[in-house]
Design a protein. Structure first.
Length: 227
């Protein structure tokens, strides 16, 4: 379990190259949605940016608890160990696919993200009603909605949470992932141009992709190893 939490954190940290594409537009929209007096000062904007990200990470925790609970139901149907190993193998394969996606070598996960757009189209208008954002609690509420943005990066880690077979463990794993994404998305929100240029560098994207593929390969090896 500790290794899965560490993996989730590192995937979130390195997945910042994907966050620029998926969440950069939302971060910009939220920044524009701040009251003018908040946008004018970095110090004034920081509490709201932290609020957005707190809500987003809490939303990931809720999703992880739901996934872990579903995993518990599936594993409880009989073959506990076999079920968990199968889910972990699927998560490893998704992680390899994610690494190929991050490196720009294969775009298959984009189809998964498009499929998740059905839920997002229902939630996104709710977030727009909270704009312009003047209060910290509004930022947290928008962040909770933001957590459900269809994202292959999030989905891959949710499958890991499913494999934990526990609501608490699934929530903890997704919270670790959310904390991993925090430096990148907070940086985009506060230093949008510089952060985006750095994270979009092709060498960084490919290096991140190779590291995530390595994690996926190691997870597959663990599944295949006897005992």
């Amino acid at each position: 379990m500790p290794s899965a939490i560490l993996t989730a954190f590192i995937v979130g940290l390195l997945g910042g190259v994907h966050c620029v594409g998926m969440c950069g537009g939302i971060v910009s929209l939220l920044s524009l949605g701040m009251a003018a007096e908040r946008r004018a000062s970095l110090t004034a904007a920081l509490p709201l940016q932290l609020g957005y990200n707190l809500g987003r990470i809490l939303g990931y925790g809720v999703a992880g608890a739901l996934a872990g609970g579903l995993g518990a139901l599936l594993a409880g149907s009989g073959a506990l160990l076999l079920g968990q190993r199968a889910l972990y193998a699927v998560a490893a394969l998704v992680m390899i696919a994610l690494g190929l996606y991050l490196g720009g070598w294969w775009r298959g996960l984009a189809a998964v993200e498009r499929a998740g757009g059905v839920l997002w189209r229902r939630l996104e208008p709710i977030g727009r009603r909270l704009l312009p954002i003047r209060r910290w609690w509004q930022a947290v509420a928008v962040g909770l909605i933001w957590a459900w943005l269809p994202c292959g990066l999030v989905y891959s880690v949710l499958i890991l949470a499913l494999g934990t077979g526990s609501p608490a463990a699934g929530a903890l794993l997704m919270l670790a992932f959310g904390l991993g994404t925090l430096p990148n998305l907070l940086g985009i929100g506060l230093l949008a141009g510089a952060a985006a240029r750095y994270m979009e560098a092709i060498w960084f994207r490919r290096a991140a992709g190779l590291v995530v593929i390595g994690f996926g390969g190691y997870a597959l090896w663990q599944v295949a190893a006897p005992g």
